[in-house]
Ligand binder design. Structure first.
Ligand code: AMP
Length: 399
């Protein structure tokens, strides 16, 4: 099948046109600054240079109209006619408790995604704009929503509830949902396949370490816990997010600084994490470089980052009563041998032993990096959320 995968943000749309038989993108790109001065579309076919198209893009529908135009253009196109697009798969951030797997988009599903927007006010409305645009432009093409939260819907109640008055759950559905589900599912499946092991019988911890970061505990193919919660702030230290934080400390800061919850939200989402600790950057490459030159706060950011991941690995090994496979993915997990080594050091008692000759210098490639004797297999597995969305879209349509 030929599937257009869309990841619609508030002012951008990432897209890939994927051939699921080949499991490859035949074209990909990004429309950015939608509705803002200086809009453009970046576009690329494999093994060809990236091309840029500039011009006003007023809204998401206009952006998608341009994208479709490029996909069927004589010069850069990959289809002769838009009827070659078999389906469109959308990344949708929040599926609430309603969506436990991907869903064929109907009017009812759209209504349910709209209702869930309350839980993800920055993301779901943007994702919906892509869905409305395709409905208008390609009314006969089936659309599928693939949710970031769906994979974690198998979490047991004792893992997803917060110790707040129960009425808050009943009133507002305040609970832990988790995110990055498409990535955790993809890399855990791929890692088991890569090792030749039966997925449904493994205890797997996946560390998605990118600008946003989360860990998941996957037992017998089901996510039983994950580090992000109601929002993507909980859990690991991230580029600019705090991760786990004493809520008492947060309220104390609001009172001391006399700032509103809205500004507090910006503080914990945009000014904290690796950036906040180091004062240098949210980018792990720059932090590693500065730490290498002896910058104390950059080194502290690395130490705190690795320590937080290590604690989650310990916790999730306990939650699953053991561990078979540890997976690293995301920009940092795939590329930073330094961070992988820091996280895995002194975890020998759990059966985790890294082979430096396999880990050092490994970037962006699927590979086992544990020693032959390590009882836990440690694997680097590049994530591919777009491919997972395309495969899920195909699966739902064929169902
Ligand atoms: P992502 O959000 O998955 O694209 O990941 C972005 C993060 O990956 C940024 O913090 C980058 O600095 C980090 N990253 C990418 N390449 C490397 C590398 N070679 N070494 C360390 N961090 C890297």
């Amino acid at each position: 099948m030929k599937i257009l995968v869309l990841n619609s943000g508030s002012s951008s749309i990432k897209f890939q046109f994927i051939d699921t038989d080949e499991q490859k993108a035949v074209a990909k790109g990004l429309a950015e600054r939608i509705g803002i001065k200086g809009s453009k579309i970046k576009y690329q076919r494999p093994q060809e240079p990236e091309v840029h198209f500039e011009g006003d893009i007023l809204d998401h529908q206009m952006a998608i109209e341009y994208i479709l135009g490029i996909l069927k253009s004589d010069k850069y196109g990959v289809v002769k006619d838009l009827s070659e697009i078999n389906a469109v798969g959308h990344r949708v951030v929040h599926g609430g408790e309603k969506f436990k797997e991907s869903a064929l988009i109907t009017d009812e599903v759209i209504k349910e995604i709209e209702e869930t927007s309350d839980l993800a006010p920055l993301h779901n409305p943007a994702n919906l704009k892509g869905i409305y645009a395709i409905k208008a432009l390609l009314p006969d093409v089936p659309q599928v929503a693939v949710f970031d939260t769906a994979f974690h819907q198998t979490m047991p109640e004792h893992a997803y509830m917060y110790a707040l008055p129960y009425s808050l759950y009943e009133l507002y559905k305040i609970r832990r949902y988790g995110f990055h589900g498409t990535s955790h599912r993809y890399v855990s499946l791929k890692a088991a396949e890569f090792l030749g092991l039966e997925y449904a019988k493994q205890k797997i911890i996946t560390c998605h370490l990118g600008n946003g970061a989360s860990v998941a505990a996957i037992k017998n193919g089901n996510s039983i816990d994950t580090s992000m919660g109601l929002t993507p702030v909980e859990g690991l230290i991230m580029g600019t997010r705090t991760g786990d934080l004493d809520v008492g400390a947060f309220i104390h800061i609001l009172e001391k600084e006399k700032i509103s919850p809205q500004i507090g939200r910006v503080l914990i989402n945009k000014h904290s994490g690796v950036l906040g600790i180091s004062g240098i950057s949210s980018d792990m490459r720059e932090i590693e470089e500065a730490a290498g030159k002896g910058n104390h706060r950059a080194q502290l950011a690395l130490d705190m980052y690795a320590y937080r991941v290590k604690k989650y690995i310990g916790a999730y090994t306990a939650a699953m009563n053991g561990l078979d496979i540890l997976v690293f993915t995301g920009g940092i997990g795939e590329n930073s041998d330094v961070m992988r080594k820091m996280i895995c050091s002194e975890l020998e008692y759990l059966g985790i032993e890294i082979d430096d000759s396999k880990n050092n210098g490994l970037r962006g490639k699927a590979q086992v990096i544990s020693t032959d004797d390590s009882s836990v297999k440690v694997v680097v597995m590049p994530t591919n959320e777009e491919l997972m969305i395309a495969l899920d879209t195909e699966y739902i349509i064929n169902k």
